[in-house]
Design a protein around this ligand. Structure first.
Ligand code: T4K
Length: 373
């Protein structure tokens, strides 16, 4: 098989019509209101509240700062239990808040925090649990909440991959105390860079809004040590346009997912990561696990695919617990994280975005079939 003429990346951003973007920008210029909670910001906040079916939502300049603020908003300190199988931002946010991450293993099916391994990690210093709905697959919400309630812990969910995810019709952003969404360009819904926090309490939403704007209450009062987490009007305008195109993008990704599943069927050692029936898919990533039966390991397949101009990604290798900043922690000991260590050698995310032609998807699948040893 010949390599693809042009590189096929893991993702390509949803791009609104440039004429529409220019129109939006002209309005912003006309208003001379560029940031600090402008008109587009308000519209997007309302639009996303509806789209994500949440009672309270605050926009941010990116997902990482949003997560920083989530931790501050709940006054977490000491130790927080979290997953090693995630993007660096999840763990770093704890370190930036002077909190020690305590790594808990994941379970082999959902690849999210394993609640059965959590109890023994709780100490007098534990204040919270930070779970990640990795690849949009929801954490074990009920057992996690039970553990939190029994031990007086707060729960934050990193929902960076879980835009539009629902469990039995219940929106993902309504679980736990606070959830964070990322609107980075590589995400299904994006605002170039951006993010949001969702919560169920008006009081918490108000605290979050103070925290993201330097703690300013009014011209005379600064009531807490806040940061600058504000989304600007140009970001919000892109978000408003992307919101209109969201349903079409989701429909295209659904077709791509189905094409992958049909064309990868019955390749020994290639196991697509699926959503349970009761979960609404976020269509954020398409991941396959490469097992021993494939005859070539994940790293070699990744390298082979590159030769054909296919840029798959090993999200989320390496584990956060293996980073030089964290590997000395007692909870980072690989003996405590056997599932995470196994999984991280097997996962491979394949190109997945609305404008990826179905013929290319079929060719990628054919390549994976032919490369098998
Ligand atoms: N928590 C979790 C669980 C997360 O996954 C993330 C972010 C966060 C927290 C933090 O949220 P943010 O602060 O980012 O809002 C990308 C994204 O930058 C990052 O947002 C995302 N997770 C992560 C999973 O992926 P990289 O370093 O892999 O991106 P990069 O630059 O290699 O881009 C991947 C591919 O996407 C490129 O090869 C081509 C394509 N691309 C990328 C960009 C930026 C485009 O076609 N156009 C573009 O503008 O991190």
């Amino acid at each position: 098989m010949k390599p693809f003429k042009n590189p096929i990346y893991i993702t390509r951003p949803m791009l609104p019509d440039l004429a529409d973007v220019n129109k939006e920008i002209a309005e912003i210029w006309q208003s001379q209101w560029l940031t600090n909670g402008g008109a587009k910001h308000q519209l997007l906040e309302e639009g996303l509240k509806k789209e994500l079916k949440v009672p309270f939502l605050s926009l941010f300049n990116n997902g990482t700062i949003a997560l920083m603020v989530a931790v501050q908003s709940l006054r977490l300190s000491g130790e927080v239990i979290t997953t090693p199988f995630t993007f660096p931002a999840t763990t770093h946010v704890l370190a930036w808040n002077n909190i020690t991450p305590v790594f808990c293993d994941i379970d082999e099916e959902s690849l999210t925090l394993d609640p059965t391994k959590m109890a023994k990690l709780i100490t007098s210093k534990t204040t919270g649990i930070l779970g990640v709905h990795v690849y949009g697959r929801p954490c074990h919400i009920e057992p996690i909440q039970e553990i939190a309630d029994q031990n007086g812990l707060r729960v934050i969910y990193d929902a960076a991959h879980a835009f539009n995810t629902e469990i039995e019709g219940k929106a993902i952003g309504t679980f736990g105390d606070v959830s964070m969404f990322s609107f980075h360009s590589t995400k299904l819904f994006h605002t170039v860079e951006g993010g949001a926090l969702t919560c169920n309490s008006e009081h918490l939403k108000q605290r979050i809004d103070f925290l993201k704007n330097f703690g300013i209450k009014n011209e005379d009062e600064v009531i807490m040590p806040g940061i600058n987490g504000k989304m600007n009007e140009v970001q919000a305008a892109v978000g408003l346009l992307n919101l209109k195109n969201l349903a079409a993008e989701r429909a295209k990704r659904k077709q791509i997912l189905e094409t992958y599943l049909a064309n990868l069927a019955e390749i020994p050692g290639v196991t697509p990561f699926l959503m349970p029936e009761e979960v609404r898919h976020s269509y954020q990533y398409f991941m396959v696990r490469i097992g021993a039966e494939y005859g070539m390991n994940r790293n070699d397949l990744y390298t082979e695919l590159r030769k054909f101009n296919v840029f798959s990604r090993k999200y989320f290798y390496p584990l956060c617990s293996e980073y030089s900043s964290y590997r000395q922690l007692p909870s980072a000991n690989p003996q405590n994280l056997p599932v995470a260590h196994k999984i991280v050698q097997e996962v491979l995310c394949l190109p997945f975005y609305g404008n990826l032609p179905l013929s290319d998807v079929k060719k990628i699948c054919q390549l994976i079939r032919e490369l098998r040893k």
